[in-house]
Each structure stands twice: as structure tokens, then as C-alpha cells.
Design a protein around this ligand. Structure first.
Ligand code: CA
Length: 689
């Protein structure tokens, strides 16, 4: 067939076939699902390139993952290297401005080995914007640099950047705080964090990176009620997970409207998002401001996790596609575009140069921005080999397990993965490194009910026959037939995240009585915070965050998404309850042990209808623990339950009302009562010798 370069005629949003309603669908993508199929995507365009790429000769001649690609800029040299074996010629265009104006210089690039186009100069081009003009199949294609490290407003032109000029003061000595025995992850959106006036942030930084650098913020600036990082420090979480901070496409950075988006629509993978910066027009500012934010988080005692979305791009009309059509995307044999992401395209992580791209991007964020962990969106679309390689390379550079790696072990639909590649999903958890984790939807749904059937309850809100799932959740599913989890380090335990209803809104769907709902809320919190696995919570869960019943707010107004710091003080008792549970958990190795042997700590379990109990071995070799054994009871029923404790002296550490009882423990009765819809945590004292 006559080859047509698709890049020049792409629509801004890809058209693609309507997905089946998949239970893993990121509903926010519904917006992109246009009604008419586009002939170019559904027929042979992709397939005319793909067979060439998959030939061994092509791979031998052109795919060398050891090649350095992208822009490098120092005081005495700037170089650009672009991989495009299919291009007939490539020129580089330089601009003074990141958005407007025509090129002031255009230079041909030289074709080198492995299909790499090179241009270099002995000058520093720091601050100069650029893009490429390629000739492919006789047609001109203009594209920004897929490897760009900086860009102009809205990411449409790349920028040469001398990265050392973007470092904040003392950046070279920036260090993450020491890793604590337990990791507690708090999911936060940059704009949501500081946008609301109640946070007391200065007006000019609200919704921006520099808000993280504001110390001692308080409720409307009253000086009494901490907000922001001081509040989080007090809460006890130690990892802040930033929702997408790479450059995404859905918000106008020029600020012509006060747009909001979660940001799961990557445009420039290796550049920070510009709408969070105080000046998105100058490419170096967003870089410095994000680094300063990370530095401030580190100084305040938090490690930082980056939410990364390598499974799909904003549109199929990406820089990767424009410079190397169809190499980076999965295509079905009939030529139609694979859409397991439900976002219009699937990135082909199993292809050598694509795997290289993703791996190098992760390493770049770890090295250049000092990121302490990575949360992979729809990890079930990436492949096992790549995820294990990422783990290995991070371990080699920073020490085993030092950087967290985990992701969503699912996808929205089938994907056209090639060769023998296995997908990094729940079914393949046993093939992933012990330090690659997955969100456990099983634990989440067992505790509070399905995220897709709003009215379906879980154990904590009146669901029936869930006792076995709860016991499996406690052990982070270790020892189960499916999923074959190797150790609790592979499991992220949670009951709320940015997707779906907040915990409060979910319980509103299942439970009419507010009094009962509040008990269920505490029980749900107590349950996931006493499961083995890595605890994770959506920002504001601890103050009963609501989005007014909406289950998908990816592009809803900021007024719905913003953190309401006033709410944190209206719900101060609930926040205290969370704080107590978090503080207690950090003292209980029986719960935070992440080793493959952790499940053996669950000594004895029992269940009745709506009630589950267990004993946990809480001893360590290193030191004498305050409590040798724990007894934990989850009473999901509306009846009072009773436990007959094993012999010994038991102290009451927490119940459904108070999670700080351990501070002044009372001795437990032999027959201990467990109130309706509540948790009870007891600790057995070390026997005196
Ligand atoms: Ca952007």
C-alpha cells in the first residue's frame, strides 16, 4: 500500500474504537472516546512499518540500547541525538521562544550508526528552544524531542538546558530522610494540596510547586492549626506520592483558564509539568521549582514517590510516534491500534528501544530529581522483564530496595503485546522481583466493597462472607493460590486512592446512618493499617475527604478536588484516630515485617459471622519488643462480640474509639468485649523472667 506518514494528519485526540466497559477502565478517558472509528488507525498504516521493525536485521542494525540519546548541554558543548532509522533526512531548528516565532537557525543533522541523527556545537545552547524537521516517506514532519529534558509553554517545543543551572542551592547535598522501618504512603496532587485558601499558603504559590517550600503554614494563617507539610509530619506518613508531575497535555499552562486535571496524559516524559510552575514560559523554571519542592519534602522528613504513566501517551500523535512511526506502540495483526489502556494507545514496553526509553526515564528522575520511588500507572500493560530490570538498575545504583517500585497490576482491556513478553499483572506477581509491589484491589474491596458497584459493601460496612478474604488480606495474600504473592513487600494495602469514590463517599453509598458510617470508617482504617503490606492512603482520607459523591473527578473543577484544610480540623478526632493507628503500627514489627516469612507471624486465626480475630507474633531478634504477641479483632457485625484471650497479661492498645490507648494501657479482661463495628488491638507483655 502507498505509505502515508500518519504524523502530519493526526487529530489532536486519537479516535479509537469504543472500549467495552471494562471494570478497570480509567473513566476519565471516556472523554477521549470519540464516536467514529478513524480508518487510518483501524487499517494497515501501522502494519506497513511494524513488520520491518520486527525483522532481526532491523533490530541488529538499528536497535542498540547502549546508545546515548537526547540533549546534553554543558558550558562548552551542546549535543542532540535523535533515533530515527526511517527518516531520510533530519534538521534541527532553533528558536528564541518556546511558543511563538519562527526558527532563527536550521541545521542539518548527521546520520550516524544505528539510525541516530546527531548535531553538536562547542557552544552552550542553554535556554534555546528547538525541534526537529524530519523527512519520512517523502513527507515533512515537525516534532519536538521525545527525549527532551526541558520545554516551552505547553510542551510544544523542546529546550536545551544545562541542568546544573537548574539546581537549587545545596542541591548536591540533598538527601532523602533515612528509610523508616515502615513506609506509609500519602497520595497527593500538587494543585489540590495548596490551592484552597484554608491552607494558609501565600496566594502566589497556591496550586504550585513552591507551596511545598512553605514552612509552618496554618489554617487561614492562624498560626495555631498546622496545614501542609507540618500537618503531614504530625500525621506520621513518611512517603508523599505526587500524582503526575511530568509534563502532561490536558491543562493549558498559559493559564488562559484555571484548568484542572489529574494528569494521566503524558506529553513530555522527562520534563516537569508547567502548570504547577510560577513561570511555564521559561523552561528552566519548572525544573528548579520541582527540585526545590523535592528538597523541601526531604528536609521535612518525607520521601517522594513519582506517579509515572509509561503505558500510554496523551495522544497517538506523540513525539515518539512522529519521529519513529509505530515503533513505540502496540498494533494488532490487522493493523488496528492496541488500546488496553483505554486511552487510545498502548506503549510497546517489550520493544528494545522502548524498554530503553522507559528505563532511562525512570533512572533520570531518580538521579536528576532525587525521586525515592515510582508508582507505575497500569503496570499490567508493561512487561515483567522491564519491571524487573528497572528494579535491578535502581538497586545497583542506590542499594537494594532503597527506591520503592510498585504499580497497578491491571489494564483496561486486552493489549497486543508481542513475542514472549509477559505482562506485569496480578497473575504474574510471582515472576516479579520481591521488591516490585502491586495495589491490592482484593484487600481494598474485601474491606469496603467493590469500587464499581457503589452499593456493594465490604467487611467493614456490613458485607457478608468476607472473613476468608480478610484473613488473606492480613497476610498480604501470601500463601494463597492466587495471586501468588512472594512477600508483603509486593502488596500495597489501601482503601482509597484518586480513582473511584473517596472512602467517605463510598460509605455514604452503603450506609445511611452517619453514626454507623463513622464506626465503619474507623474499622476500615484500623483494618488496612493492621494488614501486612505497605499502607497507602489518598490525601484527606484521614479527615473524611469527600468529592460530593463523585467517583471520577479527573477533570472536575479544583473546587471539588482541592484539599479542604478546614475539614481537617472539623474532623480532628478522626485525624487523631489515624495518627494513633499510624504511630502504633510503626511500633509493631509483627505488622510491618515485609519479609517472605511474615505470614508465619500470624499464629492463630478464628472467625464467626462478621468477626475475624488473629494472634500475631510481634517479636524480633534485634530487641525486646514492648509486646510479644498481638491479638487483633475486627468486628464488622452490629453485635457485640467476645474473645477469650490466651493466657498472659494483655494490654489494650486500641479500640474503635481510641487508637492511643497504648500510651496508658489498661489490662485486658480474660473475656474481652469487642464493641459492634469496631477494631480491638491487644498486646501481650513480655513475660517477666
Ligand atoms: Ca503540560
Amino acid at each position: 500500500p502507498e505509505a502515508v506518514h500518519p504524523g502530519t494528519r493526526y487529530r489532536r485526540y486519537p479516535r479509537h474504537r469504543q472500549c467495552n466497559r471494562s471494570d478497570r477502565l480509567h473513566g476519565y478517558l471516556a472523554l477521549l472516546q470519540l464516536d467514529q472509528p478513524d480508518a487510518r488507525y483501524d487499517h494497515s498504516v501501522g502494519s506497513s512499518y511494524v513488520p520491518v521493525y520486527r525483522k532481526e536485521e532491523f533490530q541488529k542494525q538499528y536497535c542498540d540500547p547502549a546508545e546515548k540519546l537526547g540533549m546534553e548541554c554543558t558550558s562548552g558543548r551542546t549535543s542532540f541525538r535523535l533515533w530515527s532509522p526511517v527518516a531520510e533526512e533530519v534538521q534541527i531548528c532553533f528558536y528564541k521562544n518556546g511558543e511563538a516565532g519562527s526558527a532563527f537557525e536550521i541545521h542539518p543533522m548527521q546520520l550516524q550508526e544505528h539510525g541516530i541523527w546527531n548535531y553538536e556545537t562547542k557552544q552552550s545552547l542553554h535556554g534555546i528552544y528547538y525541534d526537529f524537521l524530519l523527512k519520512i516517506e517523502g513527507e515533512q514532519v515537525q516534532s519536538a524531542d521525545p527525549y527532551a529534558k526541558a520545554c516551552g509553554v505547553n510542551g510544544l517545543r523542546s529546550m536545551a538546558v544545562d541542568l546544573r543551572k537548574t539546581d537549587p542551592v545545596m542541591w548536591e547535598s540533598d538527601k532523602a530522610p533515612e528509610k523508616e522501618a515502615e513506609q506509609i504512603i500519602y497520595e497527593l496532587h500538587v494543585k489540590e494540596f495548596s490551592w484552597d485558601a484554608s491552607g494558609g499558603f501565600p496566594v502566589e504559590v497556591r496550586g504550585k510547586y513552591p507551596a511545598f517550600c512553605c514552612k509552618d503554614t496554618s489554617l487561614y494563617g492562624d498560626g495555631k492549626h498546622p496545614t501542609g507539610l507540618s500537618y503531614l509530619k504530625n500525621l506520621g506518613v513518611n512517603y508523599v506520592q505526587l500524582m503526575p508531575v511530568y509534563d502532561y497535555g490536558s491543562v493549558d499552562e498559559a493559564g488562559r483558564a484555571d484548568g484542572f486535571n489529574w494528569g494521566y496524559d503524558p506529553l513530555n516524559y522527562n520534563v516537569p509539568e508547567g502548570s504547577y510552575s510560577t513561570d511555564p514560559f521559561h523552561g528552566e523554571v519548572r525544573i528548579r521549582e520541582l527540585k526545590e519542592a523535592i528538597q523541601a519534602l526531604h528536609r521535612q522528613g518525607f520521601r517522594v514517590i513519582m506517579d509515572v504513566v509509561y503505558n500510554h501517551t496523551y495522544s497517538l500523535d506523540s513525539w515518539l510516534q512522529k519521529t519513529m512511526p509505530w515503533y513505540f506502540y502496540r498494533v494488532w495483526e490487522d493493523g488496528s491500534v492496541s488500546n488496553g489502556s483505554a486511552c487510545g494507545n498502548d506503549v510497546a514496553s517489550e520493544q528494545a528501544m522502548c524498554a530503553k526509553y522507559i528505563l532511562e526515564s525512570v533512572l533520570y528522575w531518580a538521579e536528576e530529581y532525587h525521586m525515592d520511588g515510582f508508582r507505575f500507572d497500569l503496570m499490567g500493560l508493561l512487561d515483567v522483564e522491564l519491571m524487573n530490570r528497572i528494579r535491578k538498575e535502581l538497586d545497583a545504583r542506590y542499594g537494594t530496595g532503597e527506591k520503592l517500585v510498585f504499580g497497578e497490576p491491571w489494564r483496561a482491556d486486552e493489549t497486543a503485546v508481542e513475542g514472549n513478553a509477559l505482562l506485569a499483572d496480578k497473575a504474574h506477581i510471582h515472576l516479579l522481583d520481591e521488591q516490585v509491589g502491586m495495589f491490592s484491589d482484593d484487600t481494598r474491596d474485601a474491606i469496603k466493597g467493590s469500587v464499581f458497584e457503589a452499593e456493594e459493601p465490604g467487611f467493614a460496612n456490613g458485607g457478608k462472607d468476607l472473613e476468608e478474604q480478610i484473613l488473606a488480606s492480613v497476610k498480604a495474600w501470601c500463601g494463597q493460590k492466587e495471586p501468588k504473592v512472594k512477600a508483603p513487600s509486593q502488596v500495597i494495602t489501601y482503601v482509597s486512592a484518586h480513582d473511584n469514590h473517596t472512602l467517605w463517599d463510598k460509605l455514604c453509598e452503603t450506609t445511611a446512618s452517619e453514626e454507623l458510617r463513622r464506626k465503619q470508617y474507623r474499622l476500615a482504617a484500623g483494618m488496612y493499617l493492621t494488614c501486612q503490606g505497605i499502607p497507602f492512603l489518598l490525601s484527606g482520607e484521614e479527615f473524611a475527604r469527600t468529592k460530593g459523591g463523585r467517583d471520577n473527578t479527573y477533570n472536575a473543577p479544583i473546587t471539588i478536588n482541592r484539599l479542604d484544610w478546614e475539614q481537617a480540623y472539623k474532623e480532628q478526632e478522626l485525624v487523631e484516630y489515624y495518627r494513633g493507628l499510624i504511630t502504633l503500627r510503626k511500633m509493631l514489627p509483627g505488622l510491618w515485617d515485609k519479609s517472605a516469612q511474615a505470614a508465619k507471624r500470624i499464629l492463630k486465626t478464628w472467625k464467626t459471622d462478621g468477626c475475624v480475630g488473629l494472634y500475631v507474633d510481634n517479636q524480633t531478634k534485634e530487641k525486646a519488643e514492648l509486646w510479644k504477641t498481638l491479638c487483633i479483632v475486627y468486628n464488622g457485625s452490629e453485635k457485640q462480640q467476645e474473645v477469650k484471650l490466651l493466657k498472659g497479661t494483655w494490654e489494650v492498645l486500641a479500640d474503635g474509639e481510641d487508637s492511643f490507648l497504648w500510651k496508658h494501657p489498661q489490662i485486658a479482661a480474660e473475656h474481652m468485649k469487642v464493641s459492634p463495628v469496631s477494631i480491638l488491638i491487644l498486646g501481650k507483655k513480655e513475660e517477666s523472667r
